[in-house]
Design a protein around this ligand. Structure first.
Ligand SMILES: *Cc1c(COP(=O)(O)O)cnc(C)c1O
Length: 426
């Protein structure tokens, strides 16, 4: 067959872009070569509807073993008893938990999108906000931290069936025990969505949700540094509290309901090639080097926070516990949109982001979100962070000065040459 030079040309272009640029998008990372090699493999040819040992197709004996390895490794990483590695994405994982335990019209309670929450936690533009009656809690204006008292008051008022914690743009750790205590007062289940900080939790650097939350979901491609995908976990299986019925009208354990919710509830055949790559990334997380990586992410984020504060930037909550920072640019007279657009001209990628109590629209925003997972993978250390903040500051202070932007771009490109990315691909 003729080689598709167009697409392979674009893949090479994307590799060059990733090599020369400073990647500060908090939800992105750079997988190892072996994770990518595992993803592009013959398992993409295999139909495997069902679960290991219980498939609807023949010839699944090999993919059964690799999916089981992925499950067993995830169990070892997080010390949990139930794992489903089939969700195609983090959004699918969240939807699957909701679909397993909620009926249409049920009440859910999640962190407000504009305060750092995720779309799938009840935003009206998503399935979660259309199928369920969504209510939200927020952060305190004084310190930018989750207001657990207000969360509890809201729970007592609206009586949710499911409380969702976790966020996409929140730099502080979570008090899962506090949330569970509030949930128990109204008989709600708790879902912790650790899509962002999962890697820091895996390394034991942040509070663990598993003893307090009934369900834990995550992406596999953010701090976990695996292929794009989702995962659902439970520390302990339990009988479903509302007598939810399986397809045959029988009362099921929660693990069975979750499995049924992913397949056949929401998805068809699993992506066994991606599941193989998830297994490879879990293998890497089980090595000692990964713990060092996670610690480095945390120190880099803290060093970056210090550098921003020294330049007079306003960090929401004043700092960070994890791998990201949310910066309120209102005292710098530049919108998030303008900042994002100017920085990308200098080969620095990050995203505009709403800040709590933002007075600008989601298309403009008053803030930016800055994350260190990808640059930490490139090999950057604390001492590199002030250099990075200097580049950002120069562009943000003169976003329309083409000379400044071009100068920063040149310095960034030159600097990134010192941090090889996929040298094997040359
Ligand atoms: C990124 C993210 C997701 C969604 O992940 P996708 O793989 O993009 O669907 C879900 N929840 C949170 C909190 C996230 O940050």
């Amino acid at each position: 067959m003729q080689r598709d030079t167009q697409i392979f040309g674009l893949i090479k272009e994307e590799l060059d872009r990733q090599r020369r640029g400073l990647e500060l998008i908090a939800s992105e990372n750079l997988t190892s070569l072996q994770v990518m090699q595992a993803m592009g493999n013959v398992m993409t040819n295999k139909y495997a509807e069902g679960y290991p040992g219980k498939r609807y197709y023949g010839g699944c004996e090999v993919v059964d073993k690799s999916e089981q390895l992925a499950i067993d490794r995830a169990k070892a990483i997080f010390n949990v008893n139930y794992v489903n590695v089939q969700p195609h994405s983090g959004a699918q994982a969240n939807t699957a938990v909701q679909f397993a335990v909620l009926q249409h019209g049920d009440v859910i309670l999640g962190l407000d999108l504009s305060m750092g929450g995720h779309l799938t936690h009840g935003s009206p533009v998503t399935f979660s906000g259309k199928a369920y009656q969504a209510h939200h809690y927020g952060v305190r204006k004084e310190d930018g931290r989750v207001d657990y008292d207000a969360l509890e008051a809201k729970a007592l008022e609206v009586k949710p069936k499911l409380i969702i914690c976790g966020a996409s743009a929140y730099s502080r750790d979570w008090d899962y025990a506090r949330i569970r205590a509030a949930a128990d007062k109204v008989g709600a289940l708790v879902l912790a969505d650790i899509a962002h900080p999962a890697g820091l939790i895996a390394a034991g650097l942040l509070n663990s949700p598993f003893d307090h939350c009934h369900f834990v979901t995550s992406t596999t491609h953010k701090t976990l540094r695996g292929p794009r995908g989702g995962i659902i976990m439970m520390k302990n299986d339990f009988e479903n509290p509302w007598g939810l019925k399986g397809p045959k009208g029988d009362i099921r354990m929660m693990s069975q309901l979750l499995d049924l919710s992913v397949f056949p509830g929401l998805q068809g055949g699993p992506l066994e090639h991606v599941i193989a790559a998830k297994a490879v990334s879990f293998f890497e997380i089980l090595q000692d080097e990964y713990k060092a990586y996670a610690r480095q992410m945390q120190s880099n984020a803290q060093a970056m926070a210090t550098a921003f504060l020294e330049k007079g930037y306003d960090i929401v909550s004043g700092g960070t516990d994890n791998h990201l920072l949310l910066i309120d640019l209102r005292n710098k007279n530049i919108s998030g949109k303008k900042a994002e657009n100017a920085l990308v001209q200098a080969d620095i990628t990050l995203n505009k982001n709403m800040v709590p109590f933002d007075d600008k629209s989601p298309f403009v925003t008053s803030g930016i979100r800055v994350g260190v997972p990808a640059i930490t993978t490139r090999g950057m250390k604390e001492s590199d962070m002030s250099l990075i903040v200097n580049w950002l500051d120069r562009v943000l202070m003169s976003p329309e000065d083409a000379q400044v932007v071009a100068a920063v771009k040149g310095e960034v490109n030159e600097y990134m040459r010192g941090f090889a990315l996929y040298p094997e691909m040359d």
